[in-house]
Write a protein of this length. Structure first.
Ligand code: JEW
Length: 236
């Protein structure tokens, strides 16, 4: 998969050199381009923002640097068509990012993330690229961030680990929280007793049937307790 990011804080994405995602880049499974929006300004002060039409607090990102930056990545072919790059703008007004969406996005060939700052990007940028191809507004969750960078980081981590070969053991993908609609069961490692707290004896019994049953029961209890909204709606 190819991923391009447009941001005024390219250094923010230096951490993508590390860990699983860094290895995936080295092995060529993920190709990453990070682009500084200010490289696409033409004025002396490299301005990317201006005051909002209609008034109001704060600043809005100007459309021209966005147009130049995105054209440099996407090309200027007026029709980007249905199977071209997918452009994603993180936004508090977007569709909620979920594990399901991560799975869908992990099947894409080319993702382009546009990270806004200030009060957001001039609406015409979204409108223009929606006319030329596929654009999505995506929200990480119902809280307000200062810009799109943290949201993009989270999305790339969630999407990247679903690309075949990025996570060493594909079974660990299936087993994890949310892939089966339930929360994860609690995990333990050595020592068997720590500060007076013992590992549940069933996990040391060697009885794999009993272990599976216990873990599944733990998943259901945990989900009922903290995330009942994840369980299928039951009658009565
Ligand atoms: C988020 C991108 C860019 C995503 C999630 N837009 C906007 C905006 C901002 C603050 C207040 C009101 C609107 C800041 N901001 C962003 C915020 C994504 C941008 C500028 C974002 N929360 N926040 N899930």
């Amino acid at each position: 998969m190819r991923i391009d990011i447009v941001t005024i804080f390219p250094e923010f994405f230096d951490v993508l050199d590390l860990s699983l995602l860094g290895k995936a880049r080295q092995s060529g499974l993920i190709e990453l381009g990070v682009h500084n929006l200010r490289d696409h300004t033409h004025d002396r002060h490299h301005s990317v923002d201006d005051t909002p039409y209609g008034g109001g607090a704060g600043m809005v990102m100007k459309p021209e640097p966005w147009g130049d930056a995105l054209d440099a990545i996407l090309g200027t072919d007026p029709a980007l068509v249905d199977d071209g790059p997918l452009v994603i703008f993180p936004s508090p007004a977007g569709d909620q990012f979920t594990q399901r969406m991560a799975r869908e996005l992990s099947l894409e060939q080319h993702l382009v993330f546009g990270c806004g700052r200030y009060e957001g990007i001039d609406q015409r940028v979204v409108d223009h690229y929606s006319q030329r191809g596929r654009v999505r507004l995506v929200s990480l969750g119902d809280y307000v961030l200062n810009g799109g960078e943290v949201a993009v980081m989270a999305m790339i981590e969630a999407i990247g680990r679903l690309i075949p070969g990025v996570v060493g053991n594909p079974e660990s993908l299936v087993e994890e929280s949310h892939e089966d609609g339930l929360l994860e069961y609690p995990s333990y490692t050595k020592p068997a007793s720590w500060r007076g707290l013992d590992v549940p004896p069933v996990l040391r019994s060697g009885n794999h049937g009993a272990i599976s049953t216990w873990r599944h029961q733990q998943q259901i209890e945990r989900t009922e307790r903290v995330r009942p909204d994840l369980l299928p709606r039951t009658l009565s």
